[in-house]
Design a protein around this ligand. Sequence first.
Ligand code: ZN
Length: 351
Amino acid sequence: MASDGLSGSWFPPGASQRYVAEAAVDAHGALTVTVEGEVVTSAFVEKLVVSERVASIPRRITFPDGSLFETSDNDGVDAITGAHGTAAGIIDGLERYRPRLFVFAGLVIALCFLVYRFAVPALVEVAVAVTPPIVPTVLSQSALASLDTTVMSPSELPADRQAAIIAAFKAIAAHSPRGADGFVLNFRKGGPIGPNAFALPDGNLVLTDELVELAANDEAVLGVLGHEIAHVEGEHSLRQLYRAAGITGLIMMIGGDIGAAAEDILVQGSALMALSFSRKQETESDRRGVELMLAAGRDPTAIVGFFEKLLNLSGTAQPPSMLSTHPDTQGRMDAVKAYAAELKARDGQGR
Ligand SMILES: [Zn+2]
């Protein structure tokens, strides 16, 4: 390709002497510099080193022989070098792409946020959906066995008291989609864990003697159990567990053997107990508990009575661990009362 010549100066290798020169691409595709009609240097465009284009600063084209051609004809240089895709052309291209680089970096940050905000919860849902039923069973049994050998001991609650609570509990659980048979209520002496109740992912619920004593009346105990039923319904333990596994763990679990992976994590069972539910899960369970109590013809705000007892202990030397695992008790009491009133009002309208 031949092109219009560029006017400029030529500097011989290692010399500061300047010659008025012309440069043009010849028929073979080489940039050829002539001084007073005589060829002084020539090289294929690919072999040239061209300085970056910065505003209107003259461009320097270095030839393989070390000589230099300088010109202010920026467009002319671009027309020659850009068309041939020289290294300089690529560098110039990168310069121009820098704003795009910032856009790209911004997109990566936005993507990370989206992954955190949406992909993790989505993967958690997939993991929960593909979890074989044996996993919650294994997790729950190992957790229960571990607690039984460490902190908990057999219940000392009289058998008739246990029977009465179980009968009322089953009547409430019957309103859960799992049905009354989907749950097993276990009585234990809590010891170090004190007044406590918790749900294992397979539907096993643990109720401590200390909680029954603290609640003073069965209605409050049932209110707490309604809340625990909701944790099982919502599969909150599995979700928290999978959330803790992180995105890599989730992908490994979903892609590989989810059963073995989950078993690995929870082989001591203590991991399950170390999990705490999210505020959202607690709120959800409080509300669901109110619904279940109402459906069973019980006092939907019964759990509030238990919370009050719990709060009375908060200033004591040994505040119950349940307070730390269930924060913002006062706010939850208010929310429970408000939701129960709302449901009752709605029920009243329906009639
Ligand atoms: Zn809870």
